[in-house]
Design a protein around this ligand. Sequence first.
Ligand SMILES: [Zn+2]
Length: 146
Amino acid sequence: MLIGRGLLCFFIAFMFKIKAHRCKDCGERLIGRSDKMYCDDRCRVRYYRSNNQLHLIKRGVDQILYRNRSLLIRMRENMKSITSTSEARAYWLRRKGFDFNFHTHVLTLNDGRMAIMCYEEGYLLDGNGVVPWSENHDRVKALIST
Ligand SMILES: [Zn+2]
């Protein structure tokens, strides 16, 4: 008689009162040592590779967001010396390597305008240009905790 692997594991775990847990990759029920995390090497390697790829993507996005935030701070702090118009500011950001595809969130202001944010630093769209916008740290923390 054929018994499915999952059912067999459950039965063994039940009979011997072994704490059952699941493979981190495929979710299959595991029995045996309590520190066993994977069915086999294939699951272990697959889990490592998928997590490593995700880690590389996250690190790349973090670098872009960090650069965007730094440029927004520089633009806001040196607005008069760097740029004079909103169009010139957008051009300055682009020239410095700002990536307009990446931001952390969009903030709706009391007057209905939308601020595009990189953490607590952001900008408002103004025609073909941008106007710097920064948000109070406490308000950003409150947004994150809700
Ligand atoms: Zn597995």
